[in-house]
Design a protein around this ligand. Structure first.
Ligand SMILES: Nc1ncnc2c1ncn2[C@@H]1O[C@H](COP(=O)(O)OP(=O)(O)O)[C@@H](O)[C@H]1O
Ligand SMILES: [Mg+2]
Length: 265
């Protein structure tokens, strides 16, 4: 059988486009409605507040919601040999919603992958300390394509306190493990009590809902306070000492089974 040649020129262009981005964090989770988008947006805002040059890419083309949480109405990418994302509340923000308006994108299967490749190919991020990717739910074609295309991406899995969410996450982490993907650490969202073993916990905050669409208000919530702690931890992860890194790995292993894609040291 002849080997299939990878002649899609976009693949190498995507690598070039992301060359000046130091770290790419894909906020993922294995169900919808568990807080991936509010965490992605708030994590980007928090990293920016801490002085990091930060970008946010809404990869959930059919369920795009970053533009609603951030209220990016009136912003639009600029064209200059590609698309330059506008700054929205201090972060460079790219979403397919700029082009689809309020309509959902009727894309399926390979069309989603193609649309993602296209947007990754044309978006010019320039230098960034962090690029946060808000992922669609589950390990499906979209998620796997992103992981294959964006080799630097590390995974920040989100789960909620539910047996089902935990089980699905555990199985999905197996897949990432087989693919050799780096896992930064698991976040429990909507927590009701402190539990050891998580990289980070974000507590349920009933005040959050009313603040969506107004970043200044989001940044005053307890939810955001928890995300700030997560942001500090993520930003320090790369500077972890070997010992701290090993400790973090042990914690992840206890929680999720053996994880070779441990945190960056
Ligand atoms: N920690 C939290 N406390 C209160 N509400 C939350 C929390 N995390 C998420 N939510 C709410 O849950 C809903 C789903 O969040 P979203 O980020 O859209 O999930 P996903 O992106 O995983 O589908 C939103 O209405 C959001 O405000
Ligand atoms: Mg979402």
């Amino acid at each position: 059988m002849p080997k299939t040649l990878n002649i899609d020129p976009r693949v190498s262009i995507i690598e070039d486009r992301l060359e000046s981005v130091k770290r790419i964090i894909a906020v993922t989770g294995f169900k919808g409605g568990i807080g991936k988008s509010v965490i992605s947006v708030s994590l980007a805002l928090a990293l920016n507040e801490k002085g990091f040059k930060t970008g946010l890419f809404d990869m959930d083309f059919s369920g795009a919601s970053g533009h609603i949480i951030l209220n990016s109405a009136g912003s639009f990418p600029r064209e200059d040999k590609g698309l330059i994302p506008p700054y929205v509340h201090g972060i460079k923000f790219m979403t397919a919603a700029y082009f689809s308006g309020d309509r959902a994108l009727p894309l399926r299967g390979s069309s989603v992958s193609n649309a993602i490749k296209e947007l990754l190919t044309v978006t010019i991020w320039d230098e960034l300390d962090f690029l946060i990717m808000d992922m669609p739910p589950g390990i499906n074609d979209t998620a796997l394509d992103v992981i294959k295309l964006v080799k630097k991406a590390e995974i920040l899995p989100v789960q909620i306190p539910s047996k089902i969410s935990e089980d699905v996450l555990k199985r999905s982490i197996e897949i990432y493990r087989e693919l050799g993907i780096k896992i930064t650490g698991t976040v429990e969202n909507m927590s009701a009590s402190s539990k050891p073993g998580f990289y980070s916990q974000i507590f349920y905050d009933k005040a959050l809902e009313k603040t969506l669409g107004c970043p200044e208000k989001i940044m005053k919530t307890c939810f955001y306070g928890d995300v700030l702690k997560l942001a500090l931890k993520v930003s320090r992860t790369s500077k972890m000492s070997k010992r701290e890194g090993e400790r973090e790995k042990t914690r992840l292993v206890k929680q999720n089974g053996d994880i070779p894609g441990e945190v960056k040291k």
